[in-house]
Write a protein that binds this ligand. Structure first.
Ligand SMILES: Cc1ncc(COP(=O)(O)O)c(C=O)c1O
Length: 436
C-alpha cells in the first residue's frame, strides 16, 4: 500500500474505525498523489520568476489559446476555462455548492459534511463512489424500479450484486416493510450493506413523504446499531423538482448524516439536471458521517481518496463547465430562474396526473404513484409494453420507453403541456389498435 494511503487510513481510523471496514479494497488503497500535482500547486504559490511545472502551454505570461476557440467562450478568461481544473474541482464551486446544500437541506443545520468533490456528472459520481466503497460481490440494495444504468455501473463494471425490494405498497406508498425486510435479510448475511436511494426516482417520479423518509432512516440506523456497516448512498439527480406538499423536500442525505458511526451517508448530486445543463457534466460527491473528534481530518482523507479516484479515472472534470456553473450560481436571479423552470415542470406534472388517470383509460392502464422529478410510469393492463412502444413509434411517431413487459415510462419533462392530452389519447389508441 502506498504510504500516503496508509497515512489517510490511519487518520480515518483515529476518529471512526468502522469507516476503514466500509471502504472497498480500492478505497483503502486510494490516495491523492503528491508528485507532479502538489509540486505544481506549490510552484503556483511560490514560483514568481519562472514556473516550468504545469502540463499546459503558455505564452507572454498568459495561457496559450486559439482565438477561434475563445470566440465561443464569452465572458470567461482562458485561465478559468481552458486550463485544467484540480481533480477535487475548482475551490469556488465546491464552496458555493456546499453552501447551497445547507440552504436546500435545512436538516443539515448543525451537522458538518465534507466539501463536495467535483465529478464528470452524476454517472461518474456513482462510478467513483463504487470505486471507493464497493468491492466485487458486495450487495447494493435498490428498489425493483430503478435507473437502468445502475446495472452497468454497479453490477457489470463493479461486480456488485443488486438486491431489489418491491418499491410500492398496494396502496401506492413506499414499501417500508419490503425495504426493512430486504435490509434486514442482507444485513444478517454480511458485515456491510450498501443502500442506494434515488428521490425523485427514475423511472417513476416518486419521492418519499417526510414520514416515510424518517422510517427509512430509522431502519438503517437500527441495522447499524445491530453491528452492520451501512453505506447509504443518495442519488439526488432530480433534486428540487417536488410537486406535492407531503413530499420530503430535502435530500434524505441530510437525515442520514450524523445518525450512527457505522453509517456513512454519501450524496451524489449535480448541476446536470438541477441547473438544466445536462451536457456540461458537472456532478458532486459529498460525505456525511457522525460527529467525532477527528471529523475534519476524516473528511479531508475521504476527499483526498475521492479526488484520487477522479484523478485515476478522468483526471479532472471540465474547467469550462465548472466555471460556467459557478458564475451562474453567483449571478443575481439564478435561484428565481431555477424556480421558474421548476414551475413549468410542475404544471406539466399536474396535467399529466389529471389526464393519465382519466377514467376513460382505466381499462388500458393504471398509473404508478408520482409526485416529483422528470418521469411517470403507467402499468399496462393487457398490452405488452415493448410491442406498444414500437407500434406508437411506427404508427403515430410517438416515442416512449418500455420497461419490462408491462410498464411504459413517460418523460413529461420534455413534453409541452398542450401535447399531454394528445399523448395519452394516442397511447390509448395504440392499446386499442393492438387489442383489435
Ligand atoms: C437517477 C439518475 N441518476 C443519475 C443520472 C445521470 O446524471 P448525469 O447526467 O449527471 O450523469 C440520471 C440520468 O438519466 C438518472 O436518471
Amino acid at each position: 500500500m502506498n504510504e500516503i494511503a496508509r497515512q489517510l487510513n490511519k487518520e480515518m481510523e483515529r476518529g471512526n474505525g468502522y469507516l476503514i471496514e466500509m471502504l472497498s479494497e480500492i478505497g483503502k488503497n486510494l490516495f491523492f498523489p503528491k508528485g507532479i500535482l502538489s509540486q505544481s500547486a506549490e510552484a503556483k504559490l511560490k514560483a514568481h520568476r519562472i514556473n516550468g511545472t504545469i502540463g499546459i502551454a503558455k505564452e507572454e505570461g498568459g495561457i496559450m489559446h486559439l482565438p477561434s476557440i475563445m470566440e465561443s467562450v464569452d465572458g470567461l478568461l482562458p485561465e478559468n476555462s481552458l486550463t485544467y481544473a484540480p481533480s477535487f474541482g475548482i475551490p469556488g464551486l465546491r464552496k458555493a455548492w456546499k453552501e447551497a446544500m445547507y440552504e436546500k437541506n435545512p436538516s443539515l443545520s448543525g451537522k458538518e459534511v465534507s466539501l463536495p468533490v467535483v465529478t464528470c456528472g452524476i454517472t461518474h459520481a456513482i462510478s467513483v463512489m463504487a470505486d471507493v466503497w464497493i468491492d466485487p460481490g458486495d450487495v447494493v440494495i435498490l428498489p425493483d424500479m430503478m435507473w437502468g444504468n445502475y446495472n452497468l455501473i454497479l453490477s457489470v463494471r463493479k461486480g456488485a450484486t443488486l438486491s431489489k425490494f418491491s418499491l410500492f405498497t398496494e396502496e401506492g406508498g413506499f414499501n417500508l416493510d419490503a425495504f426493512q425486510a430486504k435490509v434486514t435479510e442482507e444485513a444478517a448475511r454480511r458485515d456491510k450493506i450498501i443502500v442506494l436511494l434515488n428521490f425523485p426516482l427514475n423511472p417513476t417520479g416518486y419521492t418519499v413523504t417526510r414520514t416515510e423518509a424518517a422510517r427509512i432512516v430509522d431502519i438503517l440506523e437500527d441495522v447499524a446499531k445491530g453491528g452492520t456497516n451501512v453505506v447509504a448512498v443518495t442519488d439526488d439527480a432530480y433534486f428540487g423538482l417536488f410537486y406535492e406538499e407531503e413530499v420530503l423536500k430535502e435530500s434524505i442525505f441530510s437525515l442520514l448524516t450524523g445518525r450512527h458511526e457505522r453509517l456513512v451517508a454519501v450524496k451524489m448530486d449535480g448541476a446536470t439536471k438541477e441547473d438544466y445543463v445536462w451536457g456540461l457534466r458537472v456532478g458532486f460527491l459529498t460525505y456525511g458521517i457522525s460527529a467525532c473528534d477527528n471529523q475534519a481530518a476524516i473528511y479531508d482523507a475521504l476527499e483526498k481518496k475521492t479526488a484520487g479516484a477522479v484523478r485515476g479515472s478522468i483526471s479532472n472534470a471540465s474547467h469550462l463547465s465548472q466555471s460556467i456553473v459557478l458564475k451562474a450560481m453567483q449571478t443575481p436571479g439564478y435561484q428565481e430562474s431555477k424556480e421558474a423552470k421548476g414551475e413549468i415542470l410542475k404544471a406539466r406534472a399536474n396535467k399529466v396526473g389529471e389526464v393519465s388517470m382519466d377514467p376513460r383509460y382505466a381499462d388500458a392502464w393504471s398509473v404508478y404513484p408520482f409526485n416529483s422529478g422528470y418521469f411517470m410510469c403507467i402499468r399496462l393492463t393487457n398490452t405488452d409494453a415493448e410491442t406498444l412502444r414500437i407500434h406508437l413509434l411506427d404508427t403515430y411517431g410517438v416515442g416512449l420507453i418500455s420497461l419490462g413487459e408491462t410498464d411504459l415510462r413517460v418523460a413529461f419533462s420534455c413534453i409541452d403541456i398542450q401535447d399531454i392530452r394528445e399523448l395519452f389519447d394516442t397511447i390509448y389508441k395504440g392499446v386499442q389498435d393492438l387489442a383489435g
